[in-house]
Design a protein around this ligand. Structure first.
Ligand code: CO8
Length: 269
């Protein structure tokens, strides 16, 4: 996997883990068109590598550079110059980005180290889990700008916290602390410092990397696809995934190793 230099991102690939840092601390990591372009390029590299099936990476962490923010939203300065049609194009481009994150066959953790507002909260919600520091601050303040969510917030916030709480947060633009986000189920875990946050995310991804990669990928795909289906449709999809698992060498190795009281060595197919 080869990542070039990006003007707005720092990207590393170590021990099967890809870390992406959005690095515009002077603008609280606001999502400028350049950030979106750079994220798209990184997603292209990751998607191509994932399609090769060699499991070159087993997890992704996305975080914000500097001390104050994960991402303080879309770049408001840039938005003031956009026409309605350009805004629609930007929104659909950002939707494609979130769908590409969700389509990765490995877990993605948003490590939220400060403000996650508007597009920042929406980017975090496109990740499998959100880990945060206690000083994190979440919100969808679009209505305070005469705007509405354009990066998935109308859809994903209610999937995470339920329709009543989502509506309240979307209509008031109220910011919530990391602790409240944890209580609402938006956040998986809270950490005392940025170092602990990143270590916690790495530990979870390392634990997942010890499981069968094909099984984790199938669970991720299935859980993502059953949302919005009826119970009957969801269960039918699950039965298909269950069938699929029985075609993999990982399933043969995992069950064999259990019975032999050994650690499995998953081949990854
Ligand atoms: N866009 C551009 N610049 C920003 C943004 C932003 N979203 N947020 C902060 N900055 C800049 C500030 O302008 C400031 O720059 P400068 O030093 O040049 O004046 C610098 O970052 C530091 O910010 P502050 O001085 O304001 O820092 P504070 O600690 O006082 O306040 C806040 C921090 C509370 C986070 C405050 O900066 C703030 O309210 N920011 C805006 C948050 C917001 O409203 N976000 C939502 C934006 S709308 C959105 O995200 C819609 C997404 C859908 C997009 C779909 C495609 C179009």
């Amino acid at each position: 996997m080869h990542f070039t230099e990006y003007s707005t991102l720092l990207v590393s690939h170590e021990d099967s883990l890809v870390s992406i840092t959005i690095n515009r601390p002077e603008a609280l990591n606001a999502l400028s068109s350049q950030v979106i372009e750079d994220l798209g390029q990184v997603l292209d590299v990751l998607t191509t590598a994932a399609d090769d099936g060699d499991w070159l990476f087993r997890g992704v962490i996305i975080t914000g550079g500097g001390e104050k923010a994960f991402v303080a939203g879309a770049d408001i300065r840039e938005m003031t110059a956009m026409t309605a049609d350009e805004a629609w194009e930007c929104s659909t481009r950002m939707h494609a980005l979130t769908l590409a994150f969700e389509a990765l066959p490995v877990p993605v953790i948003a490590a939220v180290n400060g403000f996650a507002l508007g597009g920042g909260c929406e980017l975090a919600m496109a990740c499998d889990f959100i880990y945060a520091t206690s000083s994190a601050s979440f919100g969808q303040p679009e209505v305070s700008l005469g705007l509405v969510p354009g990066f998935g917030g109308s859809v994903r916030l209610q999937q995470r916290v339920g329709p009543a709480v989502a509506r309240e947060l979307l209509y008031t633009g109220r910011r919530i602390s990391g602790d409240e986000a944890l209580r609402l189920g938006l956040v998986n875990a809270i950490f005392g410092s940025r170092d602990e946050l990143l270590a916690g995310a790495q530990k979870t991804l390392a634990a997942i990397a010890r499981q069968s990669p094909t099984a984790v990928a199938t669970v991720k795909r299935t859980v993502g696809r059953v949302d919005g289906l009826s119970t009957t449709e969801g269960l039918a999809l699950e039965a298909e995934s269950f069938r699929q698992a029985f075609t993999t060498s990982d399933m043969r190795e995992g069950t064999r190793a259990f019975l032999a009281k050994e650690k499995p060595a998953f081949p990854g197919h």
